[in-house]
Write a protein that binds this ligand. Structure first.
Ligand code: CAA
Length: 240
């Protein structure tokens, strides 16, 4: 029986590349998305990967949705917390809503989904959790006090969870992507994006598949002694 993997925010960008790579590697993959039905339908039509719509920032909705998935597809053994948003603004202009929405989706979503799968992973004595952070959690980024806080929070969260799961066959690791060729990055103004790429030693964005490569490595069965690590995949932009 293939292991079942759930990828949040999985119908586009890094999430979709990860879901497809996991499927190609033989996992039974399920993805979560929120809101964009047309994009989800297109992804499903192309990949045949089942898609489920809920807001990862909503604790109750996440418990209910994952409970339903487990009831029909069996326990989730691999969880990739990828769902994330940006609401960039300098702090002196940031609204409470911009702060809260990023913390609630990017960091809260990670808690909500981990909370829904962790008991079963502990009982079954196997689990792989891959949490998507960002280079900007490590380096900081102008205009991203909210996002940098949430993504750095993911790193601390993952290290604590790594300690808790270690004796139960569960690993939790972080992937910290650099600027990647996704909708999130391509929505930046052209001039801003040009400046960013200029500062990447590789002089280009990552492809989503280059990030997925790291996720696959960390969630593999035989990555069993890699726990609490942060894998930077950023073309040399920031070396922690
Ligand atoms: N470093 C230093 N100074 C900067 C700067 C930077 N990176 N960016 C702008 N400034 C300066 C500007 O030159 C300007 O200076 P003056 O007041 O002297 O003219 C001042 O700061 C204000 O800049 P803006 O006019 O741009 O301010 P704004 O309020 O209109 O916009 C912003 C602020 C929304 C944050 C905008 O600068 C922006 O979009 N920046 C890019 C943020 C970014 O890179 N986000 C990443 C999103 S993708 C992602 O997060 C994925 C991932 O994980 C990697």
């Amino acid at each position: 029986m293939p292991r079942t993997a759930l990828v949040t925010g999985g119908v586009s960008g890094i999430g979709s590349a990860t879901a497809v790579s996991l499927k190609d590697a033989g996992y039974a993959v399920i993805v979560n998305y929120f809101g964009n039905d047309a994009e989800a339908e297109e992804f499903h039509a192309k990949t045949a990967i089942p898609v489920f719509n809920w807001n990862v920032a909503d604790f109750e909705a996440t418990q209910a949705a994952i409970g339903g998935i487990v009831a029909t597809s069996g326990p989730i053994e691999i969880l990739v917390n990828n769902a994330g948003i940006t609401r960039d603004s300098m702090l002196h202009k940031m609204t409470l809503d911009q702060w809260r929405s990023v913390i609630d989706v990017d960091l809260g979503g990670c808690f909500n989904a981990c909370r829904a799968v962790i008991s079963s992973m502990r009982e079954r004595r196997f689990g792989r959790i891959g949490n998507i952070s960002s280079v900007n959690a490590l380096s900081g980024q102008f205009g991203q006090t909210n996002y940098a806080a949430a993504k750095a929070g993911i790193i601390g969260f993952t290290k604590a969870l790594a300690l808790e799961g270690a004796s139960r066959g569960i690993t939790a690791n972080v992937i910290a992507p650099g600027y990647t060729d996704t909708g999130m990055v391509n929505r930046l103004p052209d001039e801003t994006l040009r400046g960013i790429v200029e500062n990447v030693p590789a002089k280009r964005l990552a492809s989503p598949e280059e990030i997925a490569r790291g996720v696959l490595f960390l969630v593999a069965d035989d990555s069993s002694f890699i726990n609490g690590a942060t894998l930077s995949i950023n073309g040399g932009k920031y070396m922690a």
